[in-house]
Design a protein. Structure first.
Length: 493
């Protein structure tokens, strides 16, 4: 699409604005809610919000659908055909899905198209195609018995997702849950319901039966909490902050012991050794914190660099920062869009202001830009010589803010990389294979990248350790979250 195309499409794109319950778009009883675009601060839509009562209706509809087998009893082959059809419809409507994501949360429409929509299209297809190839087990027990080990769908799944990758996070949960035969209630983030609503409408068009996929827009405190505490939700799959992930575990403990799969925040490090391809390492590290305006669980928000190559690395990082200035996400060549909202920009800036009083030295950025637009634009911001105990090196900013720290040797590098409460991802940059393997083994994270960043594939699981949570999205491992293992013993004569 060209520049004018994205803008023209933004003016005419349509989407549902209600809640999806039992296959129908209905008005919730939680009031109407304005969706504000971070591009210019303008209201782009009003959507209906769910109260606890509406959440209850959605869970009941999911439960009925699950129990009567309209989806859960379909053969895997039949479910696959519908998921693949849904994937095709998402491809047909990719422009609208991209522009809605750009409008609601400010990422460049081009990136939404190339990255998020590609994830949506591929994930629906991958889990659809996978599910009729997953086999159950029969162990070799005694001759007078037969034992079956079977995967059964866990029941009603609540998927609660954030706004940074509104559709990618939703599809990583919805696709495997539906593939195994569960029913789903999806709660999009308050900031980003529009793309999720269109995505769900396409599910209906693809033939997902009524009640199998429900969508409840709403406040986390209301709709999210109601799902977390619901006595008839079997599984919560959650992506978001560590604080809210902990809440869901509390809700589960205080209700029905539902299983909670938290996929949470991070403070990931790029660790660059002197024998690395420095230009590649430094520019990739910069991209890993500036991409999506730093609003990524895997943002490379810490740069740990050997003291001997510090100056050279910083030259590349600062050049990348200068080349990644934010702009209107509906323009075709914008390298970085907005942050999600004015409130989030204020939070990011407060953390930057606090960091100014800490040990580090601000090299670039640090003030909102393009304020005359009414939008929420924050530039790449780099702090050098950050003490590892500073809050900037410990806390997730969720904005384009990089903390740089030097190290003297491998042991210190590993200690610094592991020195936060998080354990989502980290990257090691070195041309020494022994070192790459040694350091990878010592990093306490769910994902290690060696001489790359953000590599991913649907065949490969994604998720963290420590306070980055323990759920795994993608790959056949994701099926474990949404299935129970049943064993059946049959005595033979
Ligand atoms: P968040 O504030 O934790 O919100 C995530 C979801 O939980 C939203 O739908 C939110 O609703 C809901 N929620 C908020 N408070 C709640 C409560 N008290 N009870 C129940 N639900 C509640 O996270 P965010 O700000 O949207 O997203 C950023 C976070 O997500 C970062 O920490 C990031 O690292 C993490 N993330 C992790 C991964 C991963 O795979 N590990 C991927 C992407 C993002 P509202 O929208 O109404 O607040
Ligand atoms: Mg939030």
């Amino acid at each position: 699409m060209t520049v004018t195309d994205w803008q023209a499409l933004a003016a005419r794109v349509t989407h549902p604005s209600g809640l999806l319950i039992d296959g129908a778009w209905v008005d919730g009883t939680g009031g109407r809610h304005s969706v504000i675009s971070p591009i210019d601060g303008a209201m782009i839509a009003e959507v209906s919000f769910a109260s606890e009562y509406d959440v209850d209706l959605a869970v009941m509809s999911a439960r009925r659908a699950f129990e009567d087998g309209r989806w859960s009893h379909k053969s895997p082959l039949e479910r696959k055909e519908i998921l693949v059809r849904w994937s095709e419809l998402c491809a047909e409507h990719s422009d609208e899905l991209a522009v809605l994501q750009a409008l609601e949360m400010g990422k460049p429409a081009r990136e939404a198209q190339a990255v998020d929509n590609r994830a949506v299209i591929r994930t629906l297809r991958w889990f659809g195609e996978a599910i009729d190839k997953v086999l159950d087990e029969i162990p070799n027990t005694a001759r007078n018995s037969l034992a079956l080990i079977q995967r059964e769908p866990a029941g009603v799944v609540a998927a609660i997702v954030p706004w940074n990758f509104p559709l990618t996070m939703a599809v990583w949960k919805v696709a495997p849950a539906l593939a195994v035969g569960c029913s789903v209630v999806l709660k999009p983030a308050e900031a980003s319901p529009l793309s999720a609503l269109l995505f769900a409408q396409l599910a209906l068009e693809a033939g997902i039966p009524d009640g199998v996929l429900n969508v409840v827009n709403g406040h986390g405190q209301v709709a999210g909490q109601a799902l977390g505490r619901h006595m008839d939700v079997d599984v919560v799959t959650f992506t978001g902050s560590t604080a809210v992930g902990a809440k869901f575990m509390e809700y589960a403990a205080q209700s029905n012991l539902k299983r909670v799969w938290p996929e949470l925040g991070g403070k990931s490090a790029n660790v660059i050794f002197p024998d690395a391809d420095i230009a590649k390492a430094a520019s990739t590290a910069a991209g890993s914190i500036f991409y999506n305006a730093g609003q990524m669980c895997t943002a490379g928000s810490r740069l740990l660099v050997h003291e001997s190559i510090h100056d050279e690395v910083m030259e590349h990082v600062l050049r990348a920062a200068a080349e990644t200035q934010p702009g209107n996400p509906l323009l075709a060549d914008t390298p970085m869009g907005t942050v999600v909202s004015a409130a989030h920009l204020t939070r990011i800036h407060a953390m930057v202001e606090r960091a100014r009083g800490e040990s580090g030295e601000l090299l670039t950025g640090g003030e909102a830009v393009l304020q005359e637009t009414g939008g929420s634009y924050y530039p790449p911001t780099v702090f050098d010589h950050v003490d590892p105990s500073d809050l900037l090196a410990q806390e997730e900013v969720f904005g384009p803010v990089l903390a740089v720290t030097t190290f003297a040797d491998e042991a210190e590098a590993v200690r610094l990389a592991n020195g936060t409460q998080y354990g989502l991802a980290s990257a090691v940059w070195t041309c020494d294979l022994d070192r790459a393997v040694r350091v990878s083994r010592d990093l306490r994270v769910g994902v290690v990248w060696v001489n790359c960043y953000e590599e991913g594939d649907l065949t490969v699981p994604f998720g963290g350790v420590k306070q980055s949570g323990f759920g795994r999205d993608k790959s056949l491992h994701a099926l474990d979250k949404f299935t129970d293992i049943k064993t059946t013993w049959i005595e033979l004569a």
